[in-house]
Design a protein around this ligand. Structure first.
Ligand SMILES: Nc1ncnc2c1ncn2[C@@H]1O[C@H](COP(=O)(O)OP(=O)(O)OP(=O)(O)O)[C@@H](O)[C@H]1O
Ligand SMILES: [Mg+2]
Length: 446
């Protein structure tokens, strides 16, 4: 039996503090693999613990198979949880660790057949007589999984179960978890802050920020139609390029967005998007371009649906199978507070830094206090820059473009680029997506 899990307007705060989960609603279908994704502290574990019954729900409802379950005991829920730190009993062998919950649930019954069947499924038969201290991290995590699986739960809750493992093992176990949960057909809620993990595992991904659900959808949907700047920036590597632009009056039927001294001319066929953009005339917007939305056009003409832009090569990252070229287009990047990594202070400061906290500290502070507030900061970096202006008054690279590894470019080169309008996002000042227009596209419905 696998469970449907429904959260309806669920809120939670600790010790009368601020809400760490804010009116969260989610419908998780029986057998579905749902990933809760978000930065540290956004409330992922709290949501899992409320589903498991380890944490009270302040407001709202939890339904298990449609039944009101807020006050059910954890043991009545038939849900197994796997934690990040394997939590095995050190004095028990793997066999006893896996069999322990079975002995608690059915004291008279012999747990061995189930333990053996589970061990076969996980390929850990040879490890059953070892103690946790005699196991590697990956093996321990497999035993911990075994302990959850052997109970034949009606749902799995997994809280960053792979984050203590090295990258190779993580990939391996990730595939195993995916195979196992699908084979068992058990509803699974999986927590991670790793977007690549979320995208590769989830039937659907639910993106949380500051306790608020920002979007839930298939991996394809959250990547191709992010609802706002936060989701766009959180999902995908390299990170989406976010450039601050200004919407100009339409000219010859085309809307224009200025990016610094350059313009993006958006021709008529954007129709509904055009009407929405027209409302933004004279206002600042954020243009979102994934690294594959722009190509280098030194030897090729524009195809239909492409518009030109020029970039100055700032930096090249050779990655083997591809090269990421960092261009400077002269536009200003938008800041998504929680997602900004501190920049290395590579260049000496031109301006003396003011005393007191730097911009990142202030942004973090703001992000903390905003929680569910705006997802983007449009303050002028000139007055908050922790980093000095780069040499010759140029801004550092603001546009990363993915290209083939054999590309021949060098630092300081001026390169013609083409932007594929089919992959252009425009977000308003609050970070909400305007283009493509916020309607579901039929070919994205699976
Ligand atoms: N027992 C507690 N008492 C008080 N505050 C708590 C408690 N547990 C969590 N919090 C706070 O609630 C917020 C959400 O915490 P939670 O553990 O759910 O986040 P998370 O998304 O799982 O983060 P991480 O990715 O770091 O595990 C955080 O601000 C955290 O400090
Ligand atoms: Mg957590």
């Amino acid at each position: 039996m696998t469970r449907a899990i429904t959260l309806h307007d669920v809120s939670k705060s600790y010790a009368r503090g601020p809400r760490v989960v804010e009116r969260l609603s989610l419908d998780i279908a029986p057998g579905e693999f749902l990933v809760l994704l978000g930065p540290s502290g956004c409330g992922k574990s709290t949501v899992l613990r409320m589903i498991a019954g380890l944490e009270d729900i302040d407001e709202g409802e939890l339904l298990l198979d449609g039944e009101y379950a807020n006050d059910w005991q954890p043991s009545e829920r038939h849900i197994a949880m796997v934690f990040q730190n394997f939590a095995l009993y050190p004095s028990m062998t793997s066999r006893d660790n896996i069999g322990f919950p079975l002995r608690i649930e059915a004291p008279g019954a012999d747990p061995r057949p189930r333990v053996d069947a589970t061990a076969r499924m996980l390929g850990i038969e040879d490890l059953l007589d070892r103690f946790p201290s005699q196991l590697s991290g990956g093996e321990r995590q497999r035993v911990a999984m075994g302990r959850a699986i052997a109970r034949h739960p009606s749902a799995f809750l997994m809280d960053e179960p792979l984050s203590n493992l090295d990258a190779k093992l993580r990939n391996h176990l990730r595939a195993e978890i995916s195979r196992l949960t699908r084979e068992l057909g058990v509803t699974t809620v999986y927590v991670t802050h790793d977007q690549a993990e979320a995208m590769s595992l989830g039937d659907r991904v639910a993106v949380l920020r500051g306790g608020v659900l920002h979007q839930v959808g298939s991996p394809r949907e959250v990547y191709a139609l992010p609802r706002n700047v936060f989701v766009a920036a959180f999902i995908g590597t390299p990170r989406i390029n976010l450039l601050r632009g200004l919407v100009r009056a339409p000219l010859d039927g085309a809307m224009t967005i200025s990016l610094g001294k350059q313009y993006l001319r958006l021709p008529e066929p954007l129709c509904l998007d055009h009407r929405l953009l027209r409302v933004q005339q004279g206002r600042e917007v954020i243009v979102g371009l994934r690294s594959e939305a722009v190509r280098i056009a030194r030897h090729s003409a524009a195809r239909p649906g492409e518009v030109p832009l020029t970039g100055l090569v700032e930096h090249m990252e050779f990655q083997g199978h591809e090269t990421l070229v960092h261009f400077n287009t002269g536009s200003r990047p938008a800041v998504v507070p929680e997602l900004e990594a501190p920049r290395p202070a590579a260049r000496p400061a031109r301006r003396r830094r003011r005393e007191g906290p730097g911009m990142l500290d202030r942004l973090r502070e703001r992000a903390g206090s905003l929680r569910a507030g705006p997802v983007v900061v449009l303050e002028d970096p000139a007055d908050a820059a922790p980093d000095p202006a780069p040499p010759e008054g140029r801004l550092p690279g603001d546009l990363v473009v993915r290209t083939t590894p054999d590309i021949r470019l060098h630092h300081g080169m001026q390169v013609p680029l083409l932007v594929d309008l089919a992959h252009l996002f425009v977000f308003d000042q609050h970070g909400d997506r305007i283009c493509p227009a916020p309607v579901r596209l039929p070919d994205l419905d699976e």
